[in-house]
Write a protein that binds this ligand. Structure first.
Ligand code: C2E
Ligand code: CA
Ligand code: CA
Length: 646
């Protein structure tokens, strides 16, 4: 008569039931959809079945009733099959923790499936051969001659797992390796104990503890969740997206950017903002069981799906949802969103997805109402172009590949050029000329504008040093400072130091700052402007009339010159009001003794009008395009010789 102590086995089963319940409950609600999760789910289920059948077969073996012989035989056969599947499922699970293509794993796994498949034949034929075990007609259990084979198999697969973690160390996170080893340690300890005390069934207990450890560490689905919103988090998105890419699966996405979130948090309180986010998450999660909802970064949701039909339906529902007002504790709130649709997001380069969404959202000018913007080839190419330039910029800075062109500005009164504007130029080896609007904007975003500013200003100073005679022809050279530069006190100091380093007169230079920078009131701005002025460099307000001018600020800041943006000039022909406005503006600025420059003058008609309105200085293609330094030197040489080219 065999007697077992079942207490440990029951404890193991209870642990597995708890894990199983929590995993399923969460999984049902959240629809985790990655290979890793699916295999883990399968692994838990196998463990649970294995321990259940272990318990059942032990009870039956102890019972030894002749009438139960067949039943005992059947239950033992199923238990042996599960004993084969369980280590295999574990190896499978460990494989999915690797960061490699699933195809590669599949091939390897085929090899590891072969040995258990062979043993399976043995298990299935055991009723006839009795090689593993037998149950006699009296219902009594007997070991077969090969009964140790199952232990051997489990032992070998434990080593397989250890080997795999060692071989693929680079593709596994340190934490995964540590947890897998911990798991094996627990399990082998429990198996060893049972081997020494065969009546005490601790193996199943080991499985229970081992799976619980996995669940609490690397297999816990709620660790993928953002706890405030209840959506999946950025980390899970990255893992998931990476996996889809490895599998070459189509990924369509809808991203939702909430530009007003910060405003609502500030005005109505964070609790209202949070309430809105929860409300949105819940609705989004209910849209479709095939759609996964991620909350990434401070104000973005990502919805992902795999069929175009799902994409279209979700897009329409999301649009309708964000056009409605939301009920909050603070009353009804309009919460507009920028909704970006991306079909086949898997085509984007690795790790560029977030940047692409920002790029797309950046194309939306008015974010006061919900808008939809869908990615197309043109947009994606535009983004990829900018990315290439962005990468190239680093090299361009390291190797100082920039150039400066100079656009001369004509004085009608003097009948010649009186000043120059320095404009940066850059050529990409395969893409050719890169407009400064593109690379300056990129450099402003990634902070490299400071380096570019220094390189370019040094270049301008070098040019002036080598051709100092030009300063007899012109009043000054205008140099553009972007808002990022002007707000960086040390940078401004460094620019002024360059003038000193070349031993040039500061009055040779005028810094142009844009209207947007000038209206951004700050103590830093005043400090920087003060420093510039004290050094003897004058200031010019650029692009006047293109943004939201804060006139009060403009009057307070010490500008010597104001450039009227060319957008004002464009409406001149059609709209009498524009002409009236332009004319009046010039009169006011002249009366206030500003030097006024009209930008972007392309035709004789425009020039004549501006002349009638009292504009003296004209910048535009009508007189000259920006010219290279030898060209500008030649132009000014001609002018000094008394034969201007215009
Ligand atoms: P901006 O400061 O307003 O410079 C004038 C821009 O208008 C130049 O464009 C010039 O080529 C263009 N332009 C001049 N006359 C005409 C005309 O008659 N018609 C038209 N359609 N355009 C005209 P560019 O060189 O492409 O520069 C674009 C912008 O890039 C500049 O606008 C400036 O904001 C920025 N930028 C250029 N170089 C630098 C630099 O070294 N530093 C900084 N911070 N910004 C720069
Ligand atoms: Ca300018
Ligand atoms: Ca301008």
């Amino acid at each position: 008569m065999i007697t077992y102590n079942l207490d440990f086995l029951i404890a193991g089963l209870v642990l597995l039931l708890i894990v199983f319940y929590h995993y399923w409950e969460y999984d049902n609600k959240q629809r985790l959809d990655s290979t890793n999760n699916r295999i883990f789910r399968f692994f838990i289920a196998t463990a649970l079945a294995d321990v259940s059948f272990d318990l059942l077969s032990s009870v039956l073996i102890m019972d030894e009733r002749p009438g139960l012989a067949n039943m005992t035989n059947l239950v033992l056969t199923i238990f042996y099959i599960l004993q084969l599947v369980y280590p295999l499922a574990l190896v499978f699970y460990a494989q999915t923790l690797r960061e490699v293509s699933f195809d590669k794993i599949k091939k390897e796994m085929l090899v590891w499936t072969l040995p258990p498949a062979l043993i399976l034949c043995l298990v299935l034929s055991n009723s006839w051969t009795g090689l593993l075990f037998s149950v006699d007609v009296g219902g009594v259990y007997h070991h077969g001659p090969l009964y140790l084979l199952m232990y051997g198999y489990a032992f070998v697969y434990a080593w397989v797992l250890i080997l795999l973690t060692l071989i693929h160390k680079k593709e596994l996170s340190k934490r995964s390796v540590a947890v897998l080893w911990e798991f094996l340690l627990i399990e082998s300890g429990c198996v060893l104990y049972q081997a020494l005390h065969s009546s005490c069934l601790t193996t199943g207990f080991g499985i229970g503890i081992g799976v619980t450890v996995l669940y609490l560490t690397i297999g816990n689905p709620s660790s993928y969740m953002d706890h405030m919103t209840g959506a999946f988090d950025k980390h899970y998105f990255d893992t998931w997206f990476h996996e889809q890419r490895l599998k070459d699966k189509p990924v369509h996405m809808i991203t939702i950017t909430l530009p007003r979130l910060q405003h609502i948090n500030r005005v109505m309180g964070t609790h209202v903002g949070n309430q809105l986010l929860k409300q949105i998450t819940e609705t989004l999660q209910q849209i479709d069981p095939h759609v996964q909802v991620f909350w990434v970064s401070g104000k973005k949701f990502f919805l992902v799906m795999q069929t175009l039909a799902d994409y279209e339906r979700t897009r329409d529902e999301v649009m309708a949802f964000f056009r409605k007002t939301f009920d909050t504790d603070g009353g009804p709130v309009a919460f507009p969103a920028i909704i970006c649709g991306i079909i086949h997001g898997e085509r984007l380069p690795e790790n560029s997805f977030l940047a692409y969404v920002d790029y797309m959202a950046g194309l939306v000018k008015n974010s006061r109402e919900t808008v939809l913007i869908q990615s197309d080839d043109k947009m994606m190419n535009g983004f990829l172009y900018e990315r290439k330039i962005d990468i190239f910029l680093r090299e361009a800075i390291d190797r100082d590949l920039f150039d400066v062109y100079y656009q001369p500005i004509y004085s009608l009164e003097k009948g010649g050029y009186v000043t120059l504007e320095a404009l940066s130029r850059l050529w990409h080896p395969s893409l050719g000329y890169v407009p400064p609007d593109v690379f300056i904007t990129l450099a402003e975003k990634n902070g490299q504008i400071l380096k570019i500013g220094l390189l370019q200003f040094r270049r301008v100073c070098r040019f002036v040093k080598e051709n100092e005679w030009i300063m007899r022809e012109i009043r000054n050279i205008k140099f553009n400072l972007s808002p990022v530069e002007i707000l960086e006190y040390d940078h401004v100091k460094a620019l002024l130091d360059i003038i000193r380093e070349f031993g040039l007169n500061p009055s040779y230079f005028q810094f142009e700052i844009t209207e947007t920078a000038a209206t951004e009131y700050s103590a830093q701005l005043f400090e920087a402007l003060d420093l510039i002025q004290k050094a003897g460099v004058t200031l010019c307000l650029d692009d006047f009339g293109s943004g939201y001018a804060n006139l009060d600020m403009i009057l307070k800041l010490p500008f010597a010159c104001i450039k009227i943006d060319r957008s004002l000039l464009r409406g001149l022909g059609e709209e009498p009001k524009v002409a009236f406005f332009y004319h009046s503006l010039v009169s006011v600025l002249n009366a206030m003794h500003y030097r006024v420059v009209a930008e972007g003058v392309e035709t004789e008609e425009e020039k004549d009008k501006l002349s009638q309105w009292g504009v003296d200085m004209i910048q535009g293609f009508y007189f000259s395009k920006p010219l290279s330094s030898p060209e500008i030197a030649a132009l000014l040489k001609d002018q000094s010789a008394g034969n201007p080219r215009s």
